[in-house]
Ligand binder design. Structure first.
Ligand code: COA
Length: 367
């Protein structure tokens, strides 16, 4: 079955973000992603997405305080989550934990902050559980990125690595009508509750064609090992009919602008003295992958997507590979929540139609 002709169908009007796949441009509420990542931290990106304005210093402090207090409240819920965080997969753990929040217990604007805090607290508690450790209590005085890194990474946090994580969280906070965002909007359009919409979106994010790619990108870099081995490794993968993770995109026909933002953030980290051998390897692998894919599929114009350098950045700041996808959710939940609110402004259900290509009942077929 083919879906040709259905790509690019407009399913909503949005003021939140716009992806220009031909020019490689991402605009988030009036700001180019490159500029936004330079000037905003995660709290500022949340304020921008949720209110339409970058926050004043006082408003920024309010968001930071609200998120910090919410992390502490959510942390107190951990003992009541049962076995949700025992799941071997971080996204399954997050799904099970988030599903236990009740939208009816928390009024709407506060629920936004609570859910954003919950993703970070649950993801970091799961990361520690995987290492046989008890969850680390949040520090409400810290920024969201620094506190998440402190709780989730075996190496704790420091200002340079927290800034790099902020760059990632801002860059990944929203991206047009991605599969998970569309899922969130579909659920919201039925007038269902916000927790249900976020849990459904998380299910869409989990897949390797969406948010599940950065872990496999790191595994690929490890398997390649040396820049000189990239060409033969990639040729073997393509020969075997497998996809090169971190390459290609449904919308971008050029390099994903977010890849450049994250590549720059790792470069800056290196300038602070952090070792990241993987950056040079990743650049070499990217060059080879783009050339190989270009030779084989010149008509598709595949280039590096955000996940390629997400893997390098999250690894450089000390997050283990299994926490990569949950960390994507830590960022993207901010965008989902903005889209859920925006979708609610319309009272129309999203109900696309399908083209029936199955058999007809015999009586009709004969007629
Ligand atoms: N490596 C090799 N081949 C690829 C490829 C990749 N990364 N991405 C797409 N292709 C090929 C497919 O095999 C397919 O070949 P076919 O026509 O012979 O069946 C063709 O290109 C079209 O694939 P399709 O899935 O329809 O393209 P798309 O543009 O809709 O796909 C992605 C977008 C992101 C799902 C796809 O590029 C992909 O799977 N990338 C790897 C996973 C990844 O990095 N995901 C993160 C996205 S941000």
């Amino acid at each position: 079955m083919t879906m040709d002709g259905l790509e690019g169908v407009v399913v909503a009007e949005t003021r939140l973000s716009d992806v220009d796949g031909e020019r490689g441009r991402l605009v988030i509420r009036g700001h180019d992603v490159e500029a936004l990542a330079e000037r905003a931290d995660f709290e500022a990106a949340c304020a921008l997405l949720w209110t339409g304005e970058l926050p004043s210093t006082a408003a920024h402090a309010d968001v930071r305080r609200a998120l910090g207090e919410a992390r502490v409240r959510v942390f107190a819920r951990l003992p009541s989550l049962g076995g949700a965080l025992d799941a071997a997969d971080g996204m399954e753990a997050l799904r099970g934990a988030l599903a236990q929040l009740r939208a009816s217990e928390i009024p709407e604007p506060a629920l936004r902050v609570e859910l954003t805090a919950a993703v970070a607290v649950f993801a970091s508690a799961w990361a520690r559980k995987r290492r046989g450790l008890a969850p680390a209590a949040p520090d409400a005085a810290l920024g969201h990125a620094a506190d998440y890194l402190r709780m989730a990474s075996p190496h704790g946090s420091d200002p340079a690595r927290s800034r790099a994580l902020d760059a990632y969280l801002v860059t990944a906070a929203d991206h047009g009508m991605s599969a998970s965002t569309f899922t969130a909007r579909v659920v919201a359009s039925t007038d269902s509750d916000t927790v249900s919409a976020v849990v459904a979106a998380l299910g869409a994010l989990k897949g390797p064609r969406h948010g599940g790619a950065p872990g496999p990108v790191l595994a690929m870099l490890d398997a390649i090992g040396e820049p000189d081995d990239a060409a033969s490794w990639i040729a073997r993968e393509l020969e075997a009919g497998r996809r090169i993770m971190g390459m290609g995109h449904r919308v971008y026909r050029v390099r994903d602008p977010r890849a450049a933002v994250l590549e720059r953030a790792v470069e800056r980290l290196r300038a602070t003295g952090l070792r990241s051998d993987r950056l040079d390897l990743a650049r070499a692998v990217e060059r080879v992958a783009v050339a190989s894919l270009g030779e084989r599929r010149p008509e598709r114009r595949m280039a590096a997507n955000v996940e390629f350098y997400t893997a390098v950045l999250l690894d450089a700041i000390g997050l283990p590979q299994e926490v990569f996808s949950p960390t994507f959710a830590v960022a993207r939940v901010a965008g989902w929540l903005a889209h859920i609110d925006e979708q609610r402004e319309s009272s129309r259900i999203i109900r696309p139609s399908s083209r029936y290509v199955g058999p007809l009942p015999e009586t009709h077929a004969a007629a």
